[in-house]
Design a protein around this ligand. Structure first.
Ligand SMILES: *Cc1c(COP(=O)(O)O)cnc(C)c1O
Length: 369
């Protein structure tokens, strides 16, 4: 039968009438940019995440950039983050002129290891940027404790974690500011690119909005050099519709993950992802570890089952980083050991038990042969 790694059509068909009506309304009024739909989404996201402010922007990468820029982090500064993430996390640090300092991850969760952070703090360190990888929150109490003692800012890269919780609070409310992505494959995805920032800090929210709108303080009065980073009305409207479904969809991801756990536990060659008890993981991806990962992915693909390596390479091994002034390539044994050994299985809202059984049977056959 075949099972895709991700099936986005379900998100459309479940909201078909509302999505189509939205599309025709935006088209017929030709009001494409900004407007009440964007403001409404900002309010809804702020409320959902439990913060006072949300600033919509063009994508998750911009969201990270806008936070760093508005905080005044730049040349000569260092930002501590993880090598186990999408490249954008590091890219925005480099784009503001700062140097990323990469700290190893924990086995099992693949999140930054808080116990290793303090040894990397220098006089230049300004911020810690945790990434809630695969939709599981980093141990934020440990991070906040370090940040307080060293007077550092915490910036959450929550692009994979909308809806995830840590001790009763949602991702996006756990640091000074947080970046979200609405790229179609994310847990809350639009029909194109999109992103936003959440924060409780009004002054910071105003500054981020200013930078995202060409530094235009009032009509044709530019008080800083900014960028153009906006969310379309169509995306905002669609994201509002889908936000109402997000908890249901995230729960479906969690149920699918629990089913895999139950039925894959017997395969000792597979390391299941570790789920911490401090909150709700939203399984942006369900990632397993095995020394035979590349073979497994190829085998599953042959059987028509979508699977991919996440990630084939740890970012500290990307040679382009050697061009960054001040960057020192660290030795990160856990990240190095995870590269090319971790792979994702289909785990999305709407996946059926039959489809999951097919994946489980294929893995069983692989290890029996
Ligand atoms: C997707 C993602 C981003 C970038 O978001 P875009 O909307 O694609 O720019 C940044 N960080 C992480 C961890 C991501 O998964």
């Amino acid at each position: 039968m075949g099972v895709p790694l991700l099936d986005l059509t379900l998100q459309y068909t479940q909201l078909k009438e509302e999505s189509d009506a939205l599309w025709f309304d935006v088209m017929s009024k030709a009001a494409y940019i900004g407007g009440s739909r964007v403001e409404q989404l900002e309010e809804e996201i702020a409320q959902y995440c439990g913060v006072n402010y949300c600033v919509a922007c063009a994508n998750g990468t911009d969201a990270l950039f806008l936070i760093l820029e508005a905080l005044g982090i730049g040349r000569g500064d260092e930002v501590i983050t993880t090598p186990w993430t999408f490249f954008a996390t590091l890219e925005c640090i480099v784009h503001v002129g700062a140097t990323p300092v990469l700290v190893d991850i924990e086995p099992g969760t693949y999140n930054i290891d808080p116990a290793l952070i303090e040894a990397h703090i220098s006089g230049r360190t300004k911020a810690i940027m945790p990434v809630h990888i695969y939709g599981q929150c980093v141990d934020m109490d440990a991070l906040n404790d370090i940040a307080q003692r060293h007077d550092l800012v915490i910036i959450e890269d929550a692009c994979q974690a909308i809806g995830a919780t840590y001790k009763g609070k949602r991702a996006g409310s756990l640091g000074r500011a947080a970046a979200f992505s609405f790229f179609p494959t994310k847990n809350l995805g639009g029909a194109g690119d999109g992103g936003c920032i959440t924060t409780d800090d009004k002054e910071l929210a105003d500054r981020m909005r200013l930078v995202a709108r060409h530094g235009e303080a009032s009509k044709y009065l530019h008080t800083t050099f900014g960028v153009n980073s906006r969310l379309d009305a169509l995306q905002a409207g669609l994201l509002s519709l889908r936000l109402a479904k997000l908890d249901e969809w995230n729960n479906q991801r969690r149920e699918a993950a629990a089913y895999y756990r139950q039925h894959l536990a017997a395969i000792t060659e597979l390391e299941l992802p570790v789920e911490r008890d401090w909150g709700k993981m939203v399984y942006h991806l369900f990632v397993l570890k095995s020394a035979r990962a590349p073979e497994i992915v190829a085998y599953l693909q042959q059987q028509g089952i979508g699977s991919a390596l996440y990630y084939p390479k740890s970012l500290h091994e990307q040679d382009v980083l050697l061009k960054v002034p001040g960057f020192v390539r660290p030795s990160l044994p856990v990240a190095e050991d995870s590269a090319s050994k971790t792979f994702a299985l289909p785990c999305y809202p709407g996946i059926t038990r039959e489809q999951q059984d097919e994946v489980i049977a294929a893995l069983g056959a692989f290890f029996a042969s």
